[in-house]
Design a protein around this ligand. Structure first.
Ligand SMILES: Nc1nc2c(c(=O)[nH]1)N[C@H]1C(S)=C(S)[C@@H](COP(=O)(O)OP(=O)(O)OC[C@H]3O[C@@H](n4cnc5c(=O)[nH]c(N)nc54)[C@H](O)[C@@H]3O)O[C@H]1N2
Ligand SMILES: Nc1nc2c(c(=O)[nH]1)N[C@H]1C(S)=C(S)[C@@H](COP(=O)(O)OP(=O)(O)OC[C@H]3O[C@@H](n4cnc5c(=O)[nH]c(N)nc54)[C@H](O)[C@@H]3O)O[C@H]1N2
Ligand code: SF4
Ligand SMILES: [Mo]
Length: 673
């Protein structure tokens, strides 16, 4: 037996971007563990990745290209060769371009793999083709806008800085699921005496790692932050010197905004008792270095960007941004670590083509004209499951005149609607370079095993398609390795002085944060911009959510599961089992009011759709809220639809982001068929 230990990187869309150690025996990955030499992973993995080998060598892996042989959605296909598949795609695309123009072709991709080269492989190809462009805003652009409006390009602190804090607030983040390695620093802080608060809409598993949990009404956190600032200003807890020197517009903010948010009014908006708001504000205002770890869930509302802006303003008042262990951590922006434009090649576009928002795929496939979308190419994304307004998406995917190609590892809900399915390699079978959004590490990955079956990487597949379309640019003939080498050869302050040998050896390396982000507040004024004159709303205030006035009684939280990542990992039976099926969680009083019992089948419904779930009755969820964790595959769901049949295509206040959480539903019992 020939066994080797190889290094790799977790490719999933997770802030931790862990280093992996992979045991490879006779060309197969047999064991995966956390790399002890990765500074953030520290040798441990989350439950999802503990058995990555079961994903990589899953019996459900696609191993050859597939041609549809039954109706769309039926999942009936027959195997064909790559040459035939590529020739058919090129023929159909030429025909679509001749009949409708290249903008009738739409790429759809997101975050199946986060490696910079494989993730962005399609950009140069579709730019060269002149296809419509996808506005990739499904995740958390409103959070980015909210941060930038106040803090500009200011760098987030190092995540381990939390260990020096005396008050940690996990604000709208289920870190036990979505940022598990950050909790290491939180535990350190706690050992040194820090208090840890969680602010969420239901009692998530993260509550167990904290001292206090506050459950706010969904979408109301902006008001809570304003209420806290009201009390902090009223009680003389503002760091006047810091504010005078480093904050723009505090006087206006204090005079014209804060009087509107006394605790009693904030209590009415957030559903929290006024004394609790007072207590939290006092604890925050008196802490030496309060650290806020801000999640993304609360930004997925009609008021998401403004909510984030209100929260990001809070540490400005007490000067926490200037203290070691204090401030706010939204995400690390490490975009400048690599010249990503060398991968995406916007310069290949004939002209800036039509931009289609990915959250509105349903609209794009069913209603867009001039030209209509006639060709869809999906890679490392599963829009039939993850995109809002599933019924509209599925209506679009079912169109007989739409030519759909899906490049995937599995026959996902989306792949079932494809005309052609192409088998994709997993991260262990491909080369890439990774940066992170929850740490300052970068890491290079080499293939650890050969491709499973006839699968090909995104990069290699676009090379084939480029050749078939007759693209003559040498760019399309280089290997992924060559492009990675090119990215590394271009200098960047972030990489000044880093250990290139470790990087070349496949080990994680921390970026040079001091070299890349000098100075403290990188805004146009050089100050924290509480007042931002470039914004339509120059000062933060509370904005209502989209669904605030909706009629249905329950707010639906479409939250992350501990045992899945969006619609990934459902191929692993053990992980599905640990979720206990596709459940909807309700408070006992809500269940009683509807005559519903734990474990029974229920139907959640609203104007967009109806979704059967298994009911879990639990006091972890407050009244007025329903929780659906995980984005299930339809084949493993109790009915024919999953959670996104209930979510809407409406966008956030700023950033054109998704509003997954801004949804109301009603729930009723259904007969078990
Ligand atoms: N296990 C697991 N890990 C993941 C993912 C996953 O699905 N599962 N998803 C990955 C992806 S794509 C991303 S973007 C990241 C981040 O993934 P996100 O889905 O943004 O997760 P969090 O940042 O933890 O934020 C979600 C939390 O916000 C809470 N929340 C919702 N609305 C509100 C509100 O109005 N106020 C407050 N205070 N809280 C609210 C939810 O109840 C939930 O606990 O995680 C990644 N990691
Ligand atoms: N209801 C609800 N919906 C959500 C969310 C939510 O919280 N609630 N979260 C949203 C968020 S934050 C995000 S970021 C999106 C994520 O949406 P997606 O990026 O679509 O996420 P995944 O479900 O992980 O699907 C990725 C697919 O890529 C495939 N894949 C993996 N690696 C490769 C590869 O190298 N090549 C190819 N070709 N394929 C590969 C996987 O098999 C998987 O099916 O989902 C969003 N949808
Ligand atoms: S914690 Fe995140 S980065 Fe680490 S192994 Fe799990 S999914 Fe991957
Ligand atoms: Mo995301």
């Amino acid at each position: 037996m020939n066994s080797e230990l190889k290094r790799s990187v977790c490719p999933y869309d997770c802030p931790d971007t862990c280093g992996l150690l992979v045991t490879v025996t006779n060309g197969r990955a047999v064991k995966v563990s956390g790399d002890p030499e990765h500074p953030f992973t520290r040798g441990t993995l989350c439950p999802k990745m503990l058995h990555y080998e079961k994903t990589v060598h899953s019996p459900l892996r696609l191993t050859t290209p597939l041609l549809r042989s039954g109706p769309k959605g039926s999942g009936e296909f027959r195997s064909i060769g790559w040459d035939e598949a590529v020739a058919q795609i090129a023929d159909r695309w030429r025909q679509i371009i001749a009949d409708y123009g290249a903008e009738a072709i739409l790429p759809y991709s997101y975050a199946g793999t986060m490696g910079l080269v494989q993730r962005n492989s399609g950009h140069p190809f579709f730019h060269r083709l002149g296809a419509s462009r996808l506005e990739r805003t499904i995740c958390s652009p409103a959070k980015e806008v909210g941060w930038q409006t106040v803090m500009g390009e200011t760098a987030a602190p190092h995540p381990d800085a939390v260990a020096a804090s005396d008050l940690v607030i996990l604000w709208g983040i289920n870190a036990a699921a979505t940022n598990i390695h950050f909790l290491h620093g939180v535990r350190e802080a706690r050992k040194r005496g820090a208090t840890v608060w969680l602010i969420d809409t239901y009692r998530t598993p993260t509550a167990a790692a904290t001292d206090r949990t506050i459950l706010v009404r969904p979408g109301s956190d902006g008001a809570l932050a304003l209420g806290m600032m009201h009390v902090i200003a009223r009680d003389g807890l503002v760091d006047e010197e810091f504010v005078a020197e480093r904050v723009q517009g505090y006087a206006e903010f204090r005079a014209s905004i804060l009087p509107a948010y006394p605790p009693e009014r904030v209590a009415a908006i957030t559903g929290l008792p006024a004394p609790l708001i007072e207590e939290l504000a006092g604890v925050y205002g008196r802490a030496h270095a309060p650290f806020i770890r801000l999640g993304s869930g609360l930004s997925r509302y009609g008021n998401g960007a403004m909510t984030v802006r209100c929260i990001v303003a809070l540490p400005a008042l007490t000067g926490a941004y200037a203290r070691e262990g204090g401030g706010c951590f939204a995400s690390t922006s490490t975009g400048a670590a690599f010249a990503i434009k060398e991968v995406t090649r916007e310069d290949f576009q004939p002209r800036p083509t039509r931009l289609v928002n990915m959250n509105q795929l349903g609209h794009a496939l069913t209603e867009l004209a001039d030209p209509p979308v006639m060709g869809l190419y999906v890679y490392h994304s599963n829009p039939a499951a993850v995109t809002p307004d599933q019924n509209a998406v599925l209506r679009g995917l079912a169109r007989d005149d739409l030519f759909t190609v899906v490049h995937e590892r599995f026959l996902t809900d989306t792949a079932r609607y494809a005309d052609l399915v192409l088998p994709a390699t997993s991260s262990l079978e491909q080369s890439d370079i990774y940066r992170a959004y929850g740490t300052y590490c970068i890491q290079r990955a080499y293939p650890a095993i050969p491709p499973v079956g006839e699968s090909r990487s995104n990069w290699d597949t676009f090379a084939l398609l480029a050749a078939a379309m007759g693209f003559s640019e040498p760019f399309f003939r280089q290997s992924a390795e060559q492009l990675i080498d090119h990215l590394l050869a271009l200098p960047a302050p972030f990489r000044d002085g880093i250990d290139l040998e470790r990087l070349a050896a496949g080990l994680a390396v921390e970026l040079n944060l001091a070299g890349a982000a000098p100075g403290r507040f990188r805004t146009p004024s050089g100050k924290i911009e509480l007042f931002n004159p470039r914004e339509p709303e120059p000062l933060p205030r509370y904005l209502p959510t989209h669904e605030e006035d909706g009629e249905l009684p329950l707010r639906l939280m479409t939250a992350p599961s501990l045992y899945a990542l969006n619609a990934s990992f459902y191929e692993q039976e053990e992980l599905r089992a640990r979720q206990g099926g596709m459940c909807l969680q309700l408070h006992p009083a809500e269940a009683r009011a509807r005559g519903l019992a734990d474990g029974q089948r229920v139907l959640a419904w609203n104007r967009l759709g109806e979704v059967p779930f298994i009911l879990t009755v639990t006091e972890r969820v407050p009244t007025g809220v329903a929780v659906a964790e995980g984005v299930w595959w339809q084949v493993f769901a109790p009915g024919e639809r999953t959670v996104n049949a209930l979510t809407s295509q409406r966008l956030t206040d700023r950033g054109n982001g998704s509003t997954f959480y801004d949804t109301r539903v009603e729930v009723k019992g259904v007969e078990i068929s």
